[in-house]
Design a binder for this molecule. Structure first.
Ligand code: NAD
Ligand code: IPM
Ligand code: MN
Length: 363
């Protein structure tokens, strides 16, 4: 198989970190002897400012020709917030039905966590974030704009279909992790004490599906308490399943306790084996306008997202070489992180290209 990759560098630091990922891909491809073909796409602020286009239906058809999408970040100070985020990133997630956002939270060797007395054994969990519903749907609107009577609404959507496919995926992940030695615990994070409609759909679905997984211990935490536990006893988490908006928020907190945005990887998955929609892999961080163009962004998050891309695409297509390649890259990232001892991941003083080179040497 020749792996076909669509590359979307995007804005700000996105293209800088993706460039390092592609060097790593080249190195691991040569080493393991797998072939790939990649094509860059110019989606992002520059194209939008020149043409008014964010992501067209034609672009989506083009993307469907690829096995996976590797993306840097989108968002630009010259473009009103929401245009690129909704029109490009969320459109891609929604229209390619990437209904799972997989975000591992793992403290890598040598990385300093801001949490006192916590070690890599304590901070090692997987967040399964629902990725197509919730407040993100954008249902709502504004009336009487600009008047003292202005009204705006933005609704939280939970469909049984969307919730159930995410919950099922999360139970399967908890099972797979249990086989790898983790406790076999799945925690639903929501806010059922206030969000009594959407929360109830999640809670009932979680418990009904959970009956089919008698080996998996079920827990429930309100999202506010979850933030407190993540900061005080993150070891209670093995696998978390969470709706879209709360998942967005807790995974930035997850990135912070695992050392910073510079190492947080993610995958936007359509895990259905017969789907023609490719999955998309990107770091959790954004386009970081404050350090863009300065060779300062840490590319480890993007490189580890590439590792996820190879592992997940390999699993989906039954290509063990790709799974191995993903594991090799992840192992190389964990060999590099001890070099950040005594530094922070995000402001280490190492340049983007230096860190990329460290990973290649570790490979
Ligand atoms: P951000 O993640 O871009 O930056 C937050 C802070 O973390 C900044 O100080 C930045 O310098 C630092 N940081 C982030 N990644 C880093 C890295 N790899 N190495 C070193 N430091 C890093 O978030 P923001 O400032 O809230 O958003 C900036 C833009 O990115 C906005 O337009 C936002 O909408 C967009 N955004 C896009 C994505 C995405 O494309 N997936 C994700 C989040 C935010
Ligand atoms: C993320 C980002 C996006 C989200 C934005 C940029 C739309 O914050 O990937 O975490 O909210 O999902
Ligand atoms: Mn986010």
């Amino acid at each position: 198989m020749i792996l076909k990759l669509a590359i979307v560098g995007g804005d700000g630091t996105g293209p800088e970190v993706v460039a390092e990922g592609l060097k790593v891909l080249d190195a691991v491809g040569q080493d393991l002897g797998f072939q790939y073909a990649s094509k860059p796409f110019d989606f992002g602020a520059e194209r939008f400012l020149a043409t008014g286009q964010t992501l067209t239906d034609g672009d989506l058809d083009d993307l469907r020709q690829y096995d996976a999408i590797y993306l840097g970040a989108v968002g630009h100070p010259d473009v009103k917030p929401g245009i690129l985020e909704r029109g490009l990133l969320l459109k891609m997630r929604f229209d390619l039905d990437q209904y799972i956002n997989l975000r591992p939270v793992k403290l890598y060797p040598g990385v300093e966590t801001p949490l006192k007395n916590k070690t890599p054994d304590d901070i090692d969990f997987l967040v399964v974030r629902e990725n197509t519903e919730d407040l993100y749907c954008g249902n709502g609107g504004t009336a009487r704009l600009g008047t003292p009577q202005e009204i705006s609404t933005q609704e939280m959507i939970a469909t049984r279909f969307g919730v159930e496919r995410c919950v099922r995926y999360a139970f399967e992940q908890a099972v797979a992790r249990k086989e790898a030695g983790y406790p076999g615990r799945l925690t639903l994070v929501h806010k059922t004490n206030v969000l009594t409609f959407a929360g109830d759909t999640w809670f009932r679905c979680f418990n009904e599906v959970g009956e089919e997984y008698s080996d998996i211990q079920r827990e429930y935490h309100h999202v506010d308490a979850c933030c407190m536990y993540m900061a005080t006893k993150p070891e209670v988490y093995d696998t978390i399943v969470v709706p879209n908006m709360f998942g967005d928020i807790i995974t930035d907190l997850g990135a912070a306790i695992a050392g910073g945005m510079g190492v947080a990887a993610s995958g936007n998955l359509n895990p259905d084996p017969d789907s023609t929609n490719p999955s998309m892999f990107e770091p959790v961080h954004g386009s970081s306008p404050d350090i863009a163009g300065q060779n300062k962004a840490n590319p480890l998050a993007a490189i580890d997202s590439l590792a996820l891309l190879l592992r997940e695409t390999g699993r989906l297509k039954d290509e063990t070489l790709l799974v191995q390649a993903g594991e090799r890259i992840n192992a190389a990232v964990q060999q590099v992180t001890p070099r950040f001892a005594g530094k922070t991941l995000d402001r280490s003083g190492y340049s983007t290209t230096e860190i990329g080179q460290m990973v290649i040497e570790a490979l």
